[in-house]
Structures are given as C-alpha cells and as structure tokens.
Design a protein around this ligand. Structure first.
Ligand SMILES: *Cc1c(COP(=O)(O)O)cnc(C)c1O
Length: 382
C-alpha cells in the first residue's frame, strides 16, 4: 500500500526509484506458504522475475527453492540463502561454463530442452564422476492466451522438447550414464489470467504420464512451471494462489510417491514493487498532452517490450481529471508507459507511481542512453 505517509517521505528522495513494500511481499509469501503446506506442492521461485538480494533473502527464509536460468542466478540464489539441493536450472541455452559450475554445486535438477544439451550435461557430469538429476522440459502445445512474446508452449516456440521427439530422447538416455531422469517440466507462458489454460496443462500432463508409464519411465517430479497472472488493474489484489493450487490439486493425477513442483515468479513479487518517478515536463502534442517522466523504458521495459499495462497514479495532484500520454525520456518512440489515460491535472515535479512493477522491472533495467540504473528503496528504510 502506498500510504500518505510513504508519499511524504518519497518527496525528498531522488527519482526514479523502485519502491518495494516489504509488508506486501511478506503477506504474499505467507499466502503462498499456506497454500504450499496445504497441498504439499514444492515451490521454486523463478529468480528472473526479481533477483534483488533483499527480496531473495526474504523468499529463501520462507523456505522456498529457486528456479534459475543462468549460472549467475544460481550464484545469487546460493548467496541469498537458497540451498543448492533446492535449485533447479532451466533455460534453452545453457553454456558449458554454466553447466560445469552447476554440476560442481550439486544443484537439485537440470531442466533439459534438447538431446544435444543432455549430451553436454552428461559429459561434464562424467568429468566430475557424478550422476546428475534431469527433468525433460516438454512443450505442452497449449495456447496461453497472453502476449505472444510471453507465450512459450506452442509449436513454433523455441522452448521445450516436442512430444513427438520424446521417444527419441528416451531411447538415447541409456547411453547417457551420468544422467538420472527424475521428472517432466512444463511452462506454458507468463501472465496467464485464464485458469482454464492451466486446466488444459493438467490434461496434457495426465496424457503424458500414461505415455511415460507405458515406457516404464518412473517419474518422481511433475513440474508445472510458472505463469500465474497478477492483477495489473488492481495493485492491491493478491494473486489467486488458492484457486490455482486447488485446480492443480484437483486435475493433476499424481501417482504414488510423485511430487508436484510449481515455479511462480511474477505472482510472488509483482505487487510489492512500484516505480516512482517525477514529471519533468508537460508538453502539448497535436491531439494529446505528454507527461514526460524522469523514468523511462530503461527502468521498466515491459510496456515498450510487450505492450504491458501498468496502473499509473499521480501521487501528489488532486486536480481535475485530464488525458495524458505518459512517456519517458529515452530516444525511442516505444518509450511510452501509457497512452491517453486519465490523471488529475499533472505538472512538473509531481510524483508518479507506476504500480505492480515488482516483477520483470528492476530485473530488466538497462543502461541504454547511458542512463543510471534505477535506485531501490525498501519500505522499512523510510
Ligand atoms: C519465467 C519462468 C517462470 C516464471 O514465470 P512467471 O510467469 O513469472 O511466474 C517459471 N518457470 C520457467 C521455466 C520460466 O521460464
């Protein structure tokens, strides 16, 4: 919650900065913990959504594992208190160096996406005389009904092993003596608002389970990936962990001894963060007025990258409502946070909050135009 009290304290701080409300994060983690205890599902937080060390520290202290997509993420996770035995390593292009380091660290599992990748992991595991656990990331061929850049589970996607290739993978496995197949892994996409998409995934999982059983391939882990949406329109709303977990519980037919793993990213951290900036200028366009902020796409790229919608609030003005295009200072036309939105009369110096920016915000910041990386302020520092 961005209270009056916080807004007064923002007044003296240099902008732009990410504001992380640790009470919101804490409550989110409590809800998630409760659901995971209730269902017995194991949670691996997807670090890529937000790898800020303080945030990672809170998530690891809640007893969750980590889902990493680079060696640097694995290192960051370990540094922030995650146990290597609770770290999974995903990604379509793991480099030799990353694989070697991850084998050395004895992580829980490699989520594999191709036979050539499995051969390389097998090679480096062999050099260290180890047998490492792998899961097969399978392309579930499900339309996620989200933006195409964050859809991952359709036929033309680079992610996952296609179902028609799994047979070949299983035939190859006996030669790869340093790999132990422990499970199957999926990830349909991100910001999935329709729970029916996850229901389709459950059906696909049950079909594949039959298939693996018919090949006598025992699977211990069924990993459904991440993707649960947050409500960008209502930053105060918690993600629907309860409904999502109940659906998985009801529709995935787990076999005796099997564990269900979930990898939420956005839903864990999205609502605890806001990007706070100041209005630099108001400029009249031909049929719009631009509110030009000191924050831009280098701080929060989601609107420019996938036309993402964030709720924008003027924290200081109480004037009459007017229409604005809210833009950043970067030399790109796509550096636009929102077009034609209503804000109270906005002027130079007003504080603007771009809400629900805790996931894929700071994590994706860049130094394009040689801009400074955004600062970070935690609620307990104010
Ligand atoms: C990105 C990603 C996640 C997290 O996705 P969210 O939509 O942020 O929950 C989980 N698993 C894998 C494999 C991913 O690539």
């Amino acid at each position: 919650m961005i209270t009056r009290d916080y807004i007064e304290k923002f007044g003296v701080l240099p902008t732009p900065f990410y504001f992380y409300d640790l009470d919101v994060l804490k409550s989110t983690l409590e809800v998630l913990k409760k659901e995971s205890v209730k269902t017995g599902f194991k949670i691996h937080y997807a670090l890529k959504a937000n790898p800020n060390p303080r945030i990672l520290g809170m998530i690891s202290s809640s007893g969750f594992g980590a889902d990493c997509v680079s060696w640097n993420e694995i290192e960051a996770a370990i540094r922030s208190g995650f146990n290597p035995s609770e770290i999974v390593f995903a990604g379509v292009g793991k480099s030799d160096h990353e694989i070697r380091s991850a084998v050395e660290s004895d992580i829980f599992c490699f989520n594999c996406e191709s036979i050539p990748e499995m051969e390389v992991i097998n090679h480096f595991a062999g050099l260290q005389n180890k047998r490492v656990r792998i899961a097969l990331r399978i392309n579930p061929l499900i339309e996620a009904h989200t933006h195409k850049y964050i859809t991952t589970g359709v036929a033309e996607s680079k992610f996952g092993i296609n179902t028609w290739d799994i047979d070949e993978v299983l035939n190859r496995l006996p030669d790869l003596k340093n790999l132990i197949l422990i499970g199957i892994h999926f990830h349909v996409g991100s910001q999935i608002t329709r729970l029916s998409v996850f229901k389709s995934l459950c059906t696909r999982i049950n079909e594949l389970q039959e298939w693996f059983a018919s090949r006598n391939a025992g699977l211990k882990v069924i990993n459904v990936g991440g993707g649960l949406a947050i409500d960008y329109e209502n930053p105060e709303n918690f993600p629907k962990f309860g409904e999502y977990f109940s659906l998985l519980k009801k529709f995935v037919d787990l076999r005796p001894g099997q564990e269900l793993h979930v990898e939420p990213g956005r839903s864990v951290v999205g609502q605890c963060g806001s990007l706070i900036s100041r209005v630099l200028y108001i400029k009249n366009g031909s049929n719009t007025r631009f509110a030009i902020l000191d924050a831009g796409m280098t701080d929060l790229i989601r609107p420019a990258l996938y036309q993402a919608h964030h709720k924008i609030q003027n924290l200081t003005s109480t004037g009459e409502l007017n229409r604005y295009d809210v833009v950043g200072p970067v030399c790109e036309s796509s550096d636009t946070f929102a077009r034609y939105i209503e804000l109270p009369e906005t002027k130079r110096g007003d504080l603007i909050a771009i809400r629900s920016a805790g996931a894929y915000g700071e994590a994706m910041a860049s130094r394009y135009n040689l801009r400074d990386l955004p600062r970070v302020v935690f609620s307990d520092e104010l």
